[in-house]
Design a protein around this ligand. Structure first.
Ligand SMILES: Nc1ncnc2c1ncn2[C@@H]1O[C@H](COP(=O)(O)OP(=O)(O)OP(=O)(O)O)[C@@H](O)[C@H]1O
Length: 237
């Protein structure tokens, strides 16, 4: 049995336990259970339609789960949504930056959404842009950045409030080989140096390394949770 949550501070970055979700007759997730350990790169592998985005929508509270529990850094997403969401940084499958605004304007806007005052926001913006290697682009319109730079800018945006867990939904989709590699290397570097964990949804096997934890979603079920605290085969058919 996976604990639904643990003492905040020592709890896993993410615990998903027995989560199911349906859209009418379509069951998108069936009894999905897995854990993202602190400091882990966990790949959420699944073909289109496997349920990855639905799972992300449940973790981020866009949808309410019809069964099971989700805990972010020990905070139950349903009972303590504010605490749970404050510890999440999300890079959505669809682009989230305003392409007419500069990188600085975009990041200031998102910092304000997180309640970060202007001066600390500007300090943090400089920090996160340095982390993603875009410091010199701060006054560039984001629409003028390359696809890979835009993804890195979105990762910078997700880091603004110092989350403990990054959720990345197909963050490399549409990028060329080099830009894909840069995004992956960046996420792995952040895990090593920035005290953050990552759940990285992808359908590309090549993006997974031997040391990664892998959660395989197939036809709404979690088939394998290598290196996880979940029992092997739990939730599998
Ligand atoms: N809003 C919705 N209404 C009805 N069915 C939906 C809805 N969203 C997702 N589904 C269905 O739920 C299942 C899981 O979809 P989901 O988008 O979570 O998969 P995915 O793994 O993220 O795929 P993709 O990589 O294509 O986004 C699919 O059968 C999909 O058609």
């Amino acid at each position: 049995m996976i604990p639904a949550s643990g003492a905040p501070g020592s709890a896993p970055a993410l615990v998903v336990d027995g989560v199911s979700h349906s859209f009418g007759a379509v069951q998108a997730l069936k009894e999905v259970s897995f854990t993202v350990a602190r400091g882990a790169f966990t790949a959420l592998l699944g073909v289109n339609g496997a349920g990855k985005t639905t799972l992300f929508s449940l973790i981020t509270r866009l949808y309410d789960s019809t069964s099971g529990t989700i805990a972010v850094a020990g905070f139950d997403a349903r009972r303590s949504p504010g605490e749970a969401l404050a510890r999440l940084g999300v890079v959505f499958q669809t682009r989230a930056l305003d392409t007419d605004l500069t990188l600085r304007q975009n990041l200031r806007y998102h910092a304000a959404l997180h309640g970060i005052a202007r001066r600390p926001a500007d300090t943090r913006i400089a920090e996160v842009l340095a982390l993603v290697d875009l410091a010199e682009r701060v006054d560039h319109r984001t629409g003028a950045l390359s696809g890979g730079q835009q993804r890195r800018a979105e990762i910078a945006r997700a880091l603004l409030h110092r989350p403990e867990l990054l959720l990345l939904d197909e963050a490399t989709a549409g990028l060329d080989v080099r830009a894909r590699a840069e995004v992956l290397a960046l996420v792995r570097r952040l895990i090593r140096h920035e005290n953050v964990s990552a759940l990285f949804a992808t359908h590309v096997m090549d993006e997974i390394e031997a040391a990664d934890d892998v959660v395989l979603l197939h036809r709404a079920r979690c088939w394998r949770a290598a290196g996880q605290t979940a029992s092997p085969g739990r939730g599998a058919t």
